[in-house]
Write a protein that binds this ligand. Structure first.
Ligand SMILES: Cc1cc2nc3c(=O)[nH]c(=O)nc-3n(C[C@H](O)[C@H](O)[C@H](O)COP(=O)(O)O)c2cc1C
Length: 160
């Protein structure tokens, strides 16, 4: 009997987590993406300083996570883009992605910067980058969990 095995889709989470709170956001995103009802989606978190172009080339969708520092994305996420931009350009067109931004005050500078770089890459935003700003709220974890679930479920169902 020939059994037809469906190949797994790959959801890559490239998220910077320099604090206890941002670690909770990564954990929540992973929890949502690995929801027990979602099948056939492999989920991997790689911190931006460790992620390489091959990780992006293997991915079917990406979630970016960053803090806002000095009105911009973290240096770690910027370094990731600096390294993967040209190796991925022309090979990752229409990559579905979403982003969450943890900002003490604002977050819009980071949202704009991510928008410019991903537009250059011709990636496809699944939703507007999510800004989690102000004093830390446990609600942020719910939002990240929902984002992880949305992206994984959308990959599972072939919507993205
Ligand atoms: C060096 C530095 C620069 C920062 N710059 C900004 C900024 O420009 N805008 C902003 O909203 N928050 C800024 N923050 C706050 C960080 O976004 C915040 O500390 C980070 O998201 C971690 O949040 P947490 O306290 O919930 O762990 C900055 C923090 C640091 C350490």
């Amino acid at each position: 009997m020939i059994r037809c095995m469906k190949e797994s889709k790959h959801l890559l989470i490239v998220a910077h987590n320099p604090s206890a709170n941002t670690q909770k956001l990564v954990d929540a995103t992973l929890r949502g993406a690995r929801h027990e009802d979602i099948e056939g989606v492999e989920v991997k978190h790689i911190p931006p300083l460790q992620a390489v172009a091959d990780d992006v080339l293997r991915a079917d969708a990406i979630i970016l996570g960053t803090t806002e520092n000095f009105g911009y994305m973290s240096g770690a996420l910027k370094d990731f883009f600096d390294r993967i931009y040209y190796p991925c350009l022309e090979h990752t067109e229409a990559m579905p992605f979403a982003a969450y931004i943890r900002a003490g005050l604002d977050g819009t500078g980071t949202r704009i910067a991510i928008g410019k770089i991903t537009t250059g890459l011709k990636w496809k935003a699944v939703q507007e980058s999510m800004i989690l700003h102000g004093e830390y709220q446990p609600e942020f974890e719910t939002q990240c969990e929902e984002l992880g679930m949305l992206m994984a479920a959308s990959l599972e169902s072939g919507i993205i």
